[in-house]
Design a binder for this molecule. Structure first.
Ligand SMILES: *Cc1c(COP(=O)(O)O)cnc(C)c1O
Length: 353
């Protein structure tokens, strides 16, 4: 038996996958041509389910890419006209900023402390900036920004695009997609699937901006991707198995409001354990900034090593700290693919500390 992993990506996959892999093989999906009716029907159905289950507005478009990282590059290449403005507190937001800056040197960043709520009054986003980039759920330091902040940000800058990294929260919590134009994730986090597929969701306003920018001719130019998506096709032979598995787990998924309730209820239980513990400390001390899908626990280097080792002995892998936080923290994925039994085991383990 493999250990249960609580790493926040790649993370535990749904237990239904062996059956769905087998179905894919039996049904000829593994050899399906991406210009065939079989594939087009699958794309159409996946997009329909995606919108239904995740409460995505009808007129938004779902595109398939290979990763969240690829989406960083696509957004700058195909959407940003003058420059983007990046608000971030952790490693993933910083990397996104770096990708954007590599393509557009005028890209600007605004760095927050992980316990700092963003104050709109302190944000001075220059007029020439046409896209605001924000990491809704920062996996590296286990922080989040709320829907209500995205709403305020959009209202303060209605003429700019808002692009939101939800790689480790999409399909785990309720996101109000109407509040921003560009959303993305990759499936090895809350979707409970193997890595190798990214999703990119665009509003009609974002699609118009792609046309206005007119960037084309590259492998991952959005114009090229959208042209193909209009026929429920992709611009290259995609991860057909990944898309099929996404469709199957979306079929199983309850409405996102119900998923959110469960995520929240589990996170509250985890927070109670940490709050009551003598040796576990929150990585994020300000509750308003704490992620709902990733719990960060901090401690001294020796203690972190010890608890990770003890978990391994009990058949559980805790997620390591990320980047500079690696030696002094561990992280726990609070993702939907974790079963109640597995979650109880984790709680029992943590309660002993
Ligand atoms: C995991 C993660 C990424 C990178 O995802 P890839 O699929 O490896 O490109 C980007 N942003 C956040 C917030 C993440 O958690």
């Amino acid at each position: 038996m493999a250990k249960i992993t609580f790493a926040p990506g790649p993370s535990k996959v749904f237990d239904s996958l062996p059956e769905y892999f087998n179905d894919a093989y039996q049904q000829g999906i593994l050899s399906a041509n991406h210009r065939s009716g079989v594939f087009m029907d699958m794309y159409r159905e996946t997009e329909r389910l995606f919108k239904e289950k995740l409460s995505v507005p009808e007129d938004y478009r779902l595109l398939f890419t290979s990763s969240a990282t690829e989406n960083w590059e696509i957004i700058t290449q195909s959407i940003v006209q003058h420059s983007s403005f990046h608000i971030y507190s952790g490693s993933f937001g910083k990397k996104w900023f770096g990708f954007a800056q590599h393509i557009i040197p005028e890209t600007k960043g605004y760095v927050l402390d992980k316990n700092q709520e963003i104050d709109l009054k302190n944000l001075e986003i220059p007029a020439e900036v046409d896209l605001i980039a924000i990491t809704q759920n920062e996996t590296s330091n286990a922080t989040q920004v709320k829907n209500s902040f995205l709403k305020a940000l959009g209202a303060a800058y209605p003429e700019k695009m808002l692009a939101v990294d939800t790689t480790s929260s999409m399909a785990g919590i309720y996101l109000d997609f109407s509040l921003a134009d560009i959303w993305y994730a990759s499936v090895q986090k809350c979707f409970g699937l193997p890595a190798g597929l990214g999703v990119l969701v665009l509003s009609p306003k974002a699609i118009k901006k792609v046309a206005a920018k007119g960037e084309q001719g590259r492998y991952n130019s959005l114009s090229f991707m959208l042209e193909n998506a209009a026929n429920f096709q992709t611009h290259y032979t995609p991860n057909v198995l990944g898309i099929y598995l996404l469709m199957r787990i979306l079929e199983d998924m309850p409405a996102i409001e119900l998923v959110q309730e469960k995520t929240e209820q589990r996170m509250k239980q985890l927070e109670e354990v940490v709050a009551a513990s003598e040796s576990l400390d929150f990585l994020v001390t300000n509750p308003a900034c704490r992620s709902r899908t990733v719990l960060g626990v901090s401690g001294e280097e020796g203690f972190i090593k010890e608890i990770k080792r003890a978990a391994e002995e009990k058949g559980m892998t805790l997620g390591g700290g990320y980047g500079p936080l690696k030696p002094t923290s561990f992280r726990i994925a609070n993702f939907p693919a974790i079963t109640d039994g597995e979650f109880e085991r984790l709680l029992e383990f943590l309660k002993a500390y």
